[in-house]
Write a protein that binds this ligand. Structure first.
Ligand code: CDP
Ligand code: CDP
Length: 225
């Protein structure tokens, strides 16, 4: 008799800017053989595309026209899913000041979020096709909207001053508080801890400790009969 195949695992990690989502997701992806999907990079890539096309977040027809013209693809590099636009991988400009300043404005537009919904859910097929055991997806609405039935849902948060210090350490100019305000107050898929998610305050906790807490929760549930 052959053993039943392991079930496909979905881990959702949400939280505000610099709460520790990307660093912890990368390590969790290695520990459990998961595809790492950073949906913030998708919103950033679309924002860079919108700016290149001359679209404005206050002028919906320009956004819709730009969206209709973009062809989205995915390239897997190592364990990470990276967006391709019109066959080209996104560049470093997704971390530029212009993108930092505009991304939350474009991300608040329901039509733009709707355009990304199927693409994000489709990352599960990308993970399967590349032989991963599942995926770990990070963002703002993964446990609430994209995969509300995820096997594991975590919500990371930390004091704004500590998060600003982390971003400054990375040499980035980023209005974290303003982005959080916009992300939390929008009507569609606002940033919030989903009901039932495991909430972790990372202010005074090291990255390895955060990862240990997540990995223990995952391993404990996986080991349960
Ligand atoms: O890395 P950081 O946490 O600063 O931001 P990010 O994850 O790269 O996300 C950039 C922006 O994309 C956020 O401030 C949100 O406006 C938007 N976003 C979103 O609306 N929904 C997601 N699932 C992911 C990102
Ligand atoms: O993805 P997100 O914007 O939520 O945060 P990140 O890019 O994973 O983390 C931002 C910075 O904070 C990185 O340099 C992490 O190493 C650091 N960090 C930390 O010092 N302590 C933690 N508990 C989590 C992250």
């Amino acid at each position: 008799m052959t053993a039943a195949p392991s079930p496909f695992l979905i881990v959702a990690i949400d939280g505000g800017a610099a709460s520790g989502k990307s660093s912890s997701s990368r390590i969790i992806s290695e520990r459990f053989n998961l595809l790492h999907v950073d949906t913030g990079s998708f919103y950033r890539a679309l924002t860079a595309g919108m700016l290149r096309a001359g679209a404005s977040p206050t002028d919906l027809p320009t956004v819709q026209a730009a969206l209709a013209a973009l062809r989205l693809g995915t390239r897997v590099t190592g364990r990470s899913a990276e967006m391709e636009i019109d066959g080209r991988p996104v560049g470093d400009d997704i971390r530029s000041r212009a993108v930092n300043d505009h991304v939350s404005h474009f991300a608040a537009i329901p039509e733009l979020r709707a355009a990304l919904l199927a693409y994000q859910r489709g990352q599960a097929d990308v993970a399967r096709a590349h032989g991963f055991r599942g995926l770990v997806m990070e963002g703002r609405d993964i446990g609430s909207v994209i995969f509300p039935d995820a096997d594991f849902r975590f919500f990371l948060h930390a004091d704004p001053a500590e998060r600003a210090r982390r971003r400054a350490n990375e040499g980035q100019h980023d209005s974290i508080v303003e982005r959080d305000r916009l992300d939390s107050s929008r009507k569609t898929a606002p940033l919030a801890c989903p009901v039932g998610a495991i909430s972790i305050d990372t202010t005074h906790v090291t990255l390895p400790q955060v990862v240990e807490q997540m990995a223990t929760a995952i391993a404990t549930k996986l080991a349960a009969p």
